[in-house]
Design a protein around this ligand. Structure first.
Ligand code: ACO
Length: 330
C-alpha cells in the first residue's frame, strides 16, 4: 500500500514588514487595538514587482531542495489561493509550473479560501495513494495586500502576504513517516455572504463607470465569521479525534488557521483543549489565508517541536464557507 507523506515543507514571506504602528499612520487604528483584538503585531507585504506566483515558486523551490527532488520529478502542482495572479485563469499553479520548470507536471488551483491548504493536502494524498503520481507540490499562497481596502480599518489590519509549500510523496516502506492519515473536509455555502470579494466574478462583473471598484476588495462580516470559525475549529478537531481514536493527551500539536488569536482561544476553551497545544504565530504574519497553516507547520518542523510519530492536526476555516482539517502522524 502506498502511503502519502509530507516529505518536506517550507515557506516564503516577502521582505517588506508592515507593523501596526505603520498602519496607524495611514488609518484610524492603533497597535494596542490590533494586538488586543487580533494578536497581530506585524505582517509582510509583497513588493511592487512580485506576484503571488513568485512567492509560491520561492516556497516551492525551498521545499524541493529540502526534499532533494528536481523540477523534472514533480508530477503535479496544486496552488491553494484566494488571491490568484489572475481572476479565473490562468491558474496560478500553471505560472508556478513555468517558474519551476516542472515540465512533467499538471497544475491547477484550489479555491477554498483560508481552508485551501487543508483541502489541497487531502487532494494530493489521494492522488499519491492512487499510484499515478509520485511527487506533488501543495502550495498555500496569498497576496492579500492587493485585495484589501486600505481605507477600511475593519479588514485592512487583519491580513498579510506569504506562501507555504509542502512536497507530498509516496512512501512504500513498511515504516510510516509524516503520513497524512485522514482528513475532515466540509463546506457551508449558506455563508456565501459572510466573507467574499463581491465584484469581478460573472455574478457581478466589473462595469466601468457603473460598478464601484472598491467592491473588488475583501468584504467580511467579522462577527459572523468569528461565530462560524469558533464552531468550525472545535467541530473539526473533535471529529478528527473521534474518527481516529485520539485523546487530547495523544495530540502533540494543533496547527490552526491563524485568523485571530481570539478565535483560537475561544475554540480551545470550547473544546477543553489546553491553549499550549495550539501553535500560534499570528503576531508575525497576520492572516495569510491559505498560507497560514503551511507557514506554521514549517516553523513547527524547523524548530524541532515535533518528532517522528507525533500526532498533529491541522484545522482551517474560511470563505465559502469552508472548514476542515488533516490528521498527520509525523
Ligand atoms: N482599529 C481600531 N478600531 C477598530 C478597528 C481597528 N482596526 N476595527 C474595528 N474597530 C472598531 C469598530 O469600529 C468598533 O467601534 P465602535 O464600537 O465605535 O463601532 C469597535 O472597534 C469594535 O468593533 P467590533 O467589530 O465589534 O470588534 P470585534 O471585537 O468584534 O473585533 C474582529 C473585530 C477582529 C474583525 C472580530 O470580529 C473577528 O475576529 N472576526 C473574525 C473574523 C476574522 O478574523 N477574519 C479574518 C479573515 S477571515 C478568515 O481568515 C476565514
Amino acid at each position: 500500500m502506498i502511503r502519502a507523506y509530507i516529505k518536506s515543507i517550507a515557506y516564503c514571506v516577502p521582505d517588506k514588514i508592515v507593523t501596526n504602528d505603520d498602519l496607524s499612520k495611514i488609518m484610524d487604528t492603533s497597535d494596542e487595538w490590533i494586538i488586543s483584538h487580533t494578536g497581530i503585531k506585524k505582517r509582510h507585504f509583497i513588493g511592487e514587482n512580485e506576484n503571488n506566483s513568485d512567492i509560491a515558486a520561492k516556497a516551492a523551490k525551498i521545499a524541493m531542495k529540502k526534499g532533494g527532488i528536481t523540477a523534472d520529478e514533480i508530477d503535479f502542482i496544486i496552488v491553494c489561493t484566494g488571491s490568484a495572479d489572475y481572476l479565473g485563469f490562468p491558474a496560478t499553479a500553471c505560472l508556478v509550473q513555468e517558474k519551476l520548470g516542472a515540465k512533467n507536471a499538471g497544475a491547477y488551483d484550489i479555491s477554498a479560501a483560508c481552508t485551501g491548504f487543508v483541502f489541497g493536502v487531502e487532494t494530493a494524498a489521494n492522488f499519491i495513494k492512487s499510484g499515478n503520481y509520485k511527487n506533488i507540490l501543495v502550495i498555500g499562497s496569498e497576496v492579500l495586500s492587493r485585495i484589501i481596502d486600505m481605507s477600511d480599518r475593519n479588514t485592512a489590519v487583519l491580513f498579510g502576504d506569504g506562501a507555504g509549500a509542502a512536497l507530498i510523496s509516496g512512501n512504500e516502506d513498511s515504516e510510516s513517516k509524516s503520513e497524512i492519515i485522514s482528513s475532515y473536509l466540509r463546506a457551508d455555502g449558506s455563508g456565501e455572504n459572510a466573507l467574499k470579494r463581491p465584484l469581478g466574478g460573472t455574478a457581478h462583473p466589473f462595469i466601468p463607470g457603473v460598478t464601484d471598484p472598491k467592491e473588488c476588495f475583501i468584504y467580511m462580516n467579522g462577527r459572523q465569521v468569528y461565530n462560524f470559525a469558533v464552531k468550525a475549529v472545535t467541530n473539526t478537531i473533535l471529529q478528527i479525534m473521534e474518527k481516529n481514536n485520539l485523546t487530547i493527551d495523544s495530540i502533540k500539536y494543533i496547527i490552526p488557521h491563524q485568523a485571530n488569536i481570539r478565535i483560537i482561544e475561544a475554540a480551545a476553551n470550547r473544546a477543553s483543549i489546553p491553549i499550549e497545544k495550539f501553535y500560534i504565530n499570528i503576531e508575525n504574519y497576520a492572516n495569510t489565508s491559505a498560507a497560514t497553516i503551511p507557514i506554521a507547520l514549517t516553523e513547527v518542523v524547523d524548530k524541532n517541536l515535533i518528532q517522528r510519530g507525533d500526532n498533529i492536526i491541522t484545522v482551517g476555516f474560511g470563505g465559502g464557507l469552508t472548514y476542515g482539517g488533516n490528521y498527520i502522524k509525523w
